[in-house]
Design a protein around this ligand. Sequence first.
Ligand SMILES: [Zn+2]
Length: 201
Amino acid sequence: MIRVFERIIAFIMGLFRRPEPEPGPGPMPAPALSLPHPEEPPDYTQTAETADLDNVFDGWFLQWGVPPEHREYWRHAIEVLVCNVYPDYLFQWWPYFNPDTPSVTYELAGVRHLLIKPAWLNPGVIAHEQAHNSFALLTLNDFAAFIIAHASLKDTDPLVKLLYSINPYGLTSDVEAHAEIYRYLGQSMPRELKQFYPKLI
Ligand SMILES: [Zn+2]
């Protein structure tokens, strides 16, 4: 009789026993954030004569996902030149222009020009300069809206914060911020900023 009673008690206790946790590998660690388009080192073996502009543009088009319908614009509506020495008129325009600047873009007689030193001819530098050329398509109101959106995202968006922790150059001006965000984040930039990159996003 007592034995039956003990078995009933054991049965009832068993109902309340919590299942043993399954031994397992534990929660998966979150993947570490990284820049979608990290910086490429300069290649000092490239020369203005050996530079393959079409190949570098194709690399940029593919890696940054440039919309196919705008690739012709970026390749031919912009006057692109690989040069060892920048033309004199740039130094007349900007007396403090550094002759060792890797690349530069500007408008002359209604045409956008992109000049680049051979060592720096790579998809990332092209991406930075073409972001400036995309910026040239914005209205002043667009730019003002970009400044406001960027001002909050630079302290809150994980990828933008990562970018500035690695390379703070974009913090020197809103125009450079606009170019650096496209150059390093490409299509992975915050959704709120994509409207400010005509023909690129
Ligand atoms: Zn720039």
